[in-house]
Design a protein around this ligand. Structure first.
Ligand code: GLU
Length: 314
């Protein structure tokens, strides 16, 4: 794979670009991702590496964050040019609904659908908790403040009728997994592409179980929130003996509405010429394809992205 080899040359390319003989000023692009132990981070880092190796005069970098809501706020403020965010959260942000009531963010556009993120409610296998309803009275990590994870956790607990009765904690992924391992928490929610590194790592230290979100609860959730779709974690995920029903939402690559058209076109050209590199960064990278990228979007594409896909996808 010649592309991968050229990515290994990245430090040399950067040095050349930074040398006094380099042509013109460098353009810096920052991609807001998520916890370094989640899935946004490895995918965002791979996108940055592809851009660095393919677009002359550009230095891209992925930075960690607390998740979707924080990424969208950073984009709106102009702190970052690019980000990864859940489609449900992005839609509500654009329309000033749900967590964004009264503070719509107008400056965000979609570049591409990426992959499905699954709602994973993690418990220790030795816990006497078998369902979301069993979380009544339990200590539950919803996710970090500013994450799409915490946003979804509240929706799910509410639909199950236990939101007011759980002892809710806001904690980032790594901290939630440590507290779960030590027995200080009973459950932790994570909305992320599977396998999620931090859950995988916990399952190698202590047996875990993902609580099912299926049957009437799943129907009710999909009725209330049309962004949820039916999904299942494959058998074998984190040591599960069988498949586990849950709901999923789509992760999007998003950008500032004001990002120059040329930058968007170069980025998409580079991305879709290097899909093999995304795939080796994380298994969910395999879901990113030219055909799937513009489909099922509820968030408007940046005009240059709309033109890019119109010229290539039927
Ligand atoms: N979807 C998560 C959130 O916005 C982040 C997932 C990840 O880091 O992979 O909270």
């Amino acid at each position: 794979m010649p592309r991968c080899r050229s990515l290994l040359l990245l430090p040399c390319i950067l040095l050349l670009a930074l040398s006094p003989a380099g042509a013109g000023p460098l353009k810096t692009l920052t991609i807001a991702t998520g916890s370094s132990a989640g899935t946004y981070y490895p995918i965002g880092a791979a996108i940055a590496a592809i851009m660095n190796a393919s677009i002359e005069g550009t230095v891209a970098r992925a930075i960690p964050s607390r998740g979707s809501i924080e990424n969208l706020l950073w984009l709106e403020r102009g702190d970052v040019e690019l980000g990864i965010a859940q489609q449900d959260v992005t839609y509500y942000a654009l329309h000033g609904q749900e967590a964004f009531a009264g503070r719509a963010l107008g400056g965000v556009r979609a570049l591409s659908a990426l992959y499905p993120e699954m709602i994973q409610a993690v418990v220790r296998r030795d816990a006497a908790v078998r369902s979301i309803a069993d979380l009544r009275g339990r200590r539950v990590a919803l996710g970090a403040q500013g994450s799409g994870t915490a946003f979804n956790a509240r929706q799910i607990l509410q639909a199950a009728g236990v939101l007011q009765e759980v002892r809710a904690v806001e904690a980032p992924f790594e901290e939630a997994m440590t507290q779960l391992e030590q027995g200080n928490l009973d459950a932790a929610f994570i909305t992320a592409g599977v396998p999620t590194r931090v859950i995988q790592a916990l399952s190698e230290r202590v047996p875990i179980r993902i609580l099912p979100i299926d049957g009437p609860l799943r129907e009710e959730l999909m009725r209330r929130y049309p962004f949820f779709s039916e999904a299942s974690l494959p058998a074998g995920s984190y040591g599960a003996p069988g498949a586990i029903g849950t709901v999923a939402i789509t992760a999007l690559l998003v950008c500032q509405a004001a990002l120059p058209e040329e930058t968007v076109t170069q980025l998409l050209q580079a991305l879709f010429a290097n899909l093999a590199y995304l795939k080796q960064a994380h298994p969910r990278g395999a879901d990113i394809t030219l055909e799937a990228a513009p489909h099922g979007l509820a968030v408007p594409l940046h005009p240059a992205a709309a033109r890019f896909f119109a010229a290539r996808v039927n």
